[in-house]
Design a protein. Structure first.
Length: 467
């Protein structure tokens, strides 16, 4: 009897335990389902900060490496969507470290590296994937994009070709291959590829730019211009598009439209010094063709500020000296050594200064040391009569300032017919160096010597000047 009672009690207790376990399991499942549904709702509403907070809490409660890897990947995706690529990189690397070396995670890491302009590391990541995933088109395509955006079009073309070998219907890849072909003078291939895509939904301004370049290379300038016009909304390449379209116009001797395109390109503040110089140079030549000589001179002078040895700009400016300068200015700066010295001393005297010493510089200019009054203890003022027509450089101002500081000279001036950029003028002002330009020079040259009645000895200094 006791045994029977014991068996009955055991069965009842066991049944109760099973019931309770099922209830608890069901509630736990419901809770997990609720939290999962809640997370999906957060994502749908693009509330990334709330989603990040939720996932970070999950990280602290999870010990399973596989789950940790998934959570880090999700966090990385959220950071990527937020544009926080540096944080995304950390999370993708944590995901991979926890055993999640999937193609998707490695691609996500490479894309994030690329987004923070770390192209070298991104390239390394992509190339490392080729051995394991040699048939994945996206790897070759992304490598091609990196080389394309780095203007290495020949290498980019090769990678886009490898992508095409895997998938000949990948239109975005074909477009980039066609545009790359236009940059490496595979013009017929570029036109063939891009013309076929232009009839599909994948056509865009970059494609039109590729077609324009190809037709320009083939000297079909009229067709090229039409495609350049269609490509103009492309903000990334707009300065280059306007410049190349202008080249087509100049080839057709339509200088009015060429000037219009080049002036628009300059207003965009072109990327890169070389493109800026090239645009200015071609525009100046167009001004020459249309007899707008003063505008051409101004641009050539501007080019010399950026690069004093650029092409034949100095020779062109020398050709226009009679237009740029009066006879008074030219006669002074181009006078013989002795005459230049005499006129320079007279000019300094006309500035109500008392010259007492002079020295020639490395470029045959003259420095005259003078005083503000006739007494020997009067402060020295250095007057640098600069003979060179080349633009004044900031380094020259710095050199004069350092010499003045070393020699305890508080005031100085540069008499010059060369150009001085606003930046040079600003540095000169800060350094207490006056730049005397053409109008004042003409006035000083035309005035009679104000201190001619005063006798003073002017000796040549033995000091070697650093400028």
């Amino acid at each position: 009897m006791n045994i029977l009672v014991f068996i009955i009690v055991f069965i009842v207790v066991f049944a109760i335990l099973i019931f309770v376990y099922k209830k608890i399991s069901h509630l736990a499942f419901k809770k997990r389902q609720f939290t999962s549904d809640k997370f999906e709702d957060i994502l749908e509403n693009k509330n990334y900060d709330k989603a990040l907070s939720y996932l970070k809490k999950m990280l602290t409660r999870t010990r399973n490496k596989s789950k940790l890897s998934e959570i880090h990947e999700e966090i990385g995706n959220l950071y990527f969507n937020k544009g926080s690529y540096a944080n995304a990189i950390i999370e993708y690397r944590s995901s991979i470290k926890n055993g999640g070396e999937t193609l998707e995670r490695k691609l996500a890491l490479a894309k994030s590296l690329y987004k923070i302009a770390n192209k070298e590391d991104a390239l390394t990541e992509y190339i490392s994937l080729i051995k394991e995933y040699s048939n994945e088109k996206i790897i070759y395509f992304e490598i091609g994009i990196i080389y394309f955006e780095n203007a290495q079009y020949s290498i980019a073309y090769d990678y886009f070709s490898k992508t095409e070998n895997i998938d000949k219907t990948f239109m975005e890849n074909l477009k980039y291959k066609g545009v790359s072909a236009s940059f490496i003078y595979k013009d017929d291939e570029a036109i063939s590829i891009l013309s076929s895509i232009s009839k599909t939904k994948y056509t865009d301004t970059l494609l039109k730019y590729g077609l324009a370049r190809a037709y320009m290379n083939k000297k079909d300038y009229s067709t090229a211009i039409e495609y350049y016009k269609e490509a103009l909304p492309n903000l990334l390449y707009k300065d280059s598009i306007l410049y190349e379209m202008a080249l087509c116009y100049t080839s057709l001797e339509n200088y009015t439209n060429a000037i219009e395109s080049l002036e628009k390109a300059l207003r965009l503040r072109p990327k890169g010094k070389e493109l800026l110089l090239t645009i200015k140079y071609v525009l100046a030549e167009c001004y020459e063709k249309t007899k707008a000589i003063n505008k051409a001179i101004e641009l050539f002078e501007n080019i010399l500020f950026l690069d004093e040895n650029y092409k034949d700009v100095s020779e062109k400016l020398n050709k226009y000296q009679n237009i740029r300068y009066s006879d008074t200015i030219l006669n002074f700066f181009q006078s013989s050594t002795d005459e230049f010295l005499e006129k320079s001393i007279n000019m300094v005297s006309n500035m109500l200064l008392y010259p007492y010493s002079y020295q020639y510089t490395k470029e045959d200019s003259i420095v005259i040391f003078s005083r503000e009054n006739i007494t020997p203890n009067s402060p020295t003022k250095m007057i640098y009569i600069r003979k060179s027509p080349k633009p004044i450089q900031i380094e020259e101002i710095v050199s004069i300032f350092e010499y003045n500081k070393k020699s305890n000279i508080m005031k100085s001036a540069i008499i010059t017919y060369a150009m001085a950029s606003p930046e040079v003028i600003r540095h000169a002002t800060i350094s207490h160096i006056e730049i005397i330009g053409l109008k004042k020079i003409e006035s000083l040259l035309q005035n009679k010597v104000s201190s001619s009645s005063i006798e003073f000895n002017i000796d040549q200094s033995d000091e070697e000047l650093p400028f």
